[in-house]
Design a protein. Structure first.
Length: 553
């Protein structure tokens, strides 16, 4: 991790006397099985500039971007109208042989969900090398050197040790950085960045965006940036197109969009920021018995370590300490916010608490040490401790409908009949803002934000006491984030829920968390009341996180 500079990010400057655009989209429409999802959009992208495409989940941003390289599921997808001109060539009319030469070479792409975009059977080195060898003749040694250079650029810690790693062995942020390295491998003229920093903590997010901006300046690269983070748009974009329901409702310069937005929807987006603080719950009103007053969840010396090598006839002697001994106490009806850089141990801590990975130490839930229970003994406790995972596409079965996914917990933990389960699914989908008619669709038919809401519904349907939320709003646009945070607050107040909330978005943490812990390298470096930590951070790393997030600016 590089030392963060206190110098603020430089806002992109709009150019004057522009040459011809490197990419022009004219009246593009996209339809799936006859249903139009993108309706006659037009935009222009210039070399050396960044065009941001923003809008709510499901507005057509990613579909429009995927159309550029014809990455949609044809023939189910089609283009009733439009042109996509790259240096004057209409990509929609080109043969597959030409598109293969352009993909990853002239036009690179960072996909939204790295876990699904990376091949689970190939190592990091093989996947990056493949991008290089498709377009160039390189020796294995040259590929390795180039791969290491790229991993250094995107700030993967100890990249030499990660060459042989597989995607499941990396954190969410590390997978995202591998995707960025692959997209930049061949110095493309255009980079399509679909939520490129969704899984990254704020410090690495700023460094990656600054890296992209530096490469943009040196190579005169054009960037099409798809994001729901308006803070990123403000600091790193020249122009902005705002999409809603498949149409571009506003096309404006970045400066004018933030100072004088024209469309009511744009105005609503700009006013959609997580606000307020954690809800107040009268804990003594829950009862006078000692159990209701004691912490709902406690850890003592909780740690996780992985062997660095596995000798054949003896126990391993060297370990990677992914989580160093941590003591926590979480009161019922409160939210513990966990922040820190990618790979700091946030998700490892959550998975250990849920007994989803082996750990050492004590995990007390209602006076019961979960670490002493066998898997069968754990089953009755599972419904009280529910997770919402970071990557919804990876955690949702592609062979099950949304309704079946949400109802799965009811089949395991209740004796409700099918009709009763369906009624509970409908009720829960309404709570999280999903159209109940969508319950018969499969995960790939939803947008990233909609998939995240399915994952939240799956956790809520069992009415758990503790919910562990790992970046639950990272895939959602700001307007939907506010709705989800408001929903989580309402549920917490009504049901006295306890949350463990992992996020790199400090505005979200501020709005929802009562207490906060800051993690780095598997250890807690600072903890306390959220208001105290955010207002007066004591540790230099916490101060760097706040500065990198443009917090309170």
């Amino acid at each position: 991790m590089h030392t963060l500079s206190s110098k603020p990010a430089t806002t992109a400057k709009p150019a004057t006397n522009k040459p011809a655009p490197i990419l022009t989209i004219k009246n593009l429409s996209v339809a799936f099985s006859g249903k139009t999802v993108v309706d006659h959009i037009s935009l222009k992208l210039y070399a050396g500039e960044t065009l941001a495409l923003v809008g709510e989940s499901g507005s057509g941003k990613s579909v429009s971007a995927h159309s550029i390289l014809k990455l949609l599921p044809y023939p189910n997808a089609c283009h009733p109208s439009g042109e996509i001109l790259f240096n004057g060539i209409d990509l929609l009319q080109q043969p597959e042989s030409l598109l293969k030469n352009i993909r990853g070479h002239k036009i690179g792409m960072i996909f939204q969900e790295p876990m699904t975009a990376l091949n689970p059977l190939h190592s990091v080195e093989k996947q990056i090398s493949e991008v290089l060898t498709v377009h160039y003749t390189l020796s294995p040694q040259q590929c390795r050197e180039k791969t290491l250079t790229l991993l250094h650029k995107v700030q993967i810690p100890n990249p030499e040790t990660r060459l042989k790693s597989y995607p499941h062995e990396l954190s969410g942020g590390q997978r995202q950085r591998v995707m960025i390295a692959m997209a930049l491998a061949n110095h493309p003229e255009i980079l399509i960045a679909d939520e490129p920093t969704t899984a990254l903590d704020v410090s690495v997010q700023r460094e990656i965006l600054q890296l992209l901006q530096d490469i943009q300046r040196s190579d005169n690269m054009a960037i099409l940036l798809i994001t729901h983070d308006l803070g990123i748009v403000r600091h790193y974009s020249n122009n902005v197109c705002v999409m809603k329901a498949g149409k571009i409702v506003e096309d404006n310069s970045c400066k004018d969009l933030f100072t004088s937005p024209k469309h009511p929807y744009t105005q609503a987006l700009l006013n959609s920021n997580p606000e307020g603080s954690a809800v107040t719950i009268d804990l003594p009103a829950m009862g006078s018995d000692s159990q209701s007053q004691s912490p709902v969840l406690t850890t003592r010396g909780l740690s996780v370590k992985y062997p660095l090598h596995k000798p054949l006839f003896r126990a391993p002697s060297k370990f990677l300490h992914a989580l160093k001994p941590i003591d926590l106490e979480i009161q019922r009806g409160t939210t513990l916010g966990i922040v820190g850089e990618s790979g700091s141990g946030k998700t490892t801590l959550a998975m250990a608490i849920l007994r989803l990975i082996p750990s050492q130490g004590e995990i007390h839930y209602r006076q019961q040490d979960l670490n002493q229970l066998k898997q069968k003994q754990l089953l009755p406790f599972r419904k009280h401790l529910q997770p919402v995972f970071q990557d919804p596409f990876a955690s949702l079965s592609p062979r099950m409908t949304a309704g079946d996914i949400i109802a799965e917990g009811l089949q395991v933990h209740t004796e409700l009949c099918r009709q009763e389960r369906e009624q509970e699914v409908i009720k829960t989908m309404n709570i999280v803002g999903l159209d109940v008619s969508m319950r018969h669709r499969y995960p790939h038919e939803f947008s990233g934000g909609q998939r995240q809401r399915i994952a939240i519904a799956r956790a809520l349907i069992l009415k758990p006491e503790v919910i562990v939320l790992d970046e639950p709003t990272s895939a959602l646009d700001r307007a939907v984030q506010v709705q989800v945070i408001t929903l989580l607050k309402q549920l917490q107040q009504r049901l006295k829920l306890t949350y463990i909330f992992i996020s790199h978005d400090l505005q979200v943490i501020k709005a929802l968390s009562h207490r906060i812990i800051v993690m780095r390298d598997g250890s807690v470096v600072e903890q306390g009341k959220t208001s105290d930590v955010l207002a007066q951070p004591q540790h230099v790393y916490t101060q760097a996180l706040l500065e990198a997030a443009f917090f309170n600016k």
